[in-house]
Design a protein around this ligand. Sequence first.
Ligand code: CAA
Length: 284
Amino acid sequence: MHRCHTLKYEVQGAAFEYIITAKKGKNSNVGLIQLNRPKVLNALCNGLIMELNQALEAFEEDPAVGAIVLTGGEKAFAAGADIKEMQSHTFQDCYSGRFLSHWDRLTRVKKPIIAAVNGYALGGGCELAMMCDIIYAGEKAQFGQPEILIGTIPEWHAQQPSAPAGAGGTQRLTRAVGKSLAMEMVLTGDRISAQDAKQAGLVSKIFPVETVVEEAIQCAEKIASSSKIITAMAKESVNAAFEMTLAEGVKLEKKLFYSTFATDDQKEGMAAFVEKRKANFKDQ
Ligand code: CAA
């Protein structure tokens, strides 16, 4: 069986083999997760996904953390699912739910997640970036869904069909870049550049390779400085646009908008505006 490399990192009491985690930002309010299997371009093996989920859960529970940044290395964000690990799977393995059944945890995190992508974001790596809420790209990043070239198709297993953002890879890419480009990428396996990805709306900003992670952390710090509870509502509402009709989405948006008025942070935010001072949110 193909093995992930065995370097171990101790961060915040958790020993991880395939990822590195840290808290970043002036107030240590940003959770940073770095995929760390550089020798295989951060291929997403089972162990890596399990550690990623563990780190996401830890940051989700941490009251000091307001946003998360997910990144990889300079050569690869992630070159997809681990082909060597999955090559011998049978249909029965996949169908019985064991294969990729835990890959969608990220879509249920309430805190915003920014993907800072350098190098290859391919297959499951591209899908992982697309499951994040914002994508920042280094200027040499490349995005692609090359599964067709190895005899399969893009897929992101959603264990719970009702999960807010648990759609498949072909679905998410198509919503992000439109049918023609998505179809071309999925049918040819061709990669697109960071610049093309930005033009198509897949990424929001492009930065020099060396600064993209820092820029993502700064964006995450800015997000983390607002009320966590209101931020979670805003994220839920935007995500609903991918799952609901316009009428349903607008109805949910209105309910969430009304709900903000039940929070202390809405009172504080508006009082601070009127009193011309900085809001002091308590996440209540
Ligand atoms: N799985 C397992 N190992 C991988 C990998 C992957 N997805 N991608 C790269 N690697 C390994 C290579 O096997 C190689 O390991 P060895 O040194 O042990 O041979 C190492 O990473 C370096 O890779 P290359 O020598 O190929 O590097 P390169 O610079 O020549 O090419 C690349 C880079 C174009 C990204 C090429 O590695 C590649 O095409 N990788 C596969 C991309 C792919 O097909 N991704 C989709 C996977 S399927 C999927 O993700 C399904 C899904 O939707 C969930």
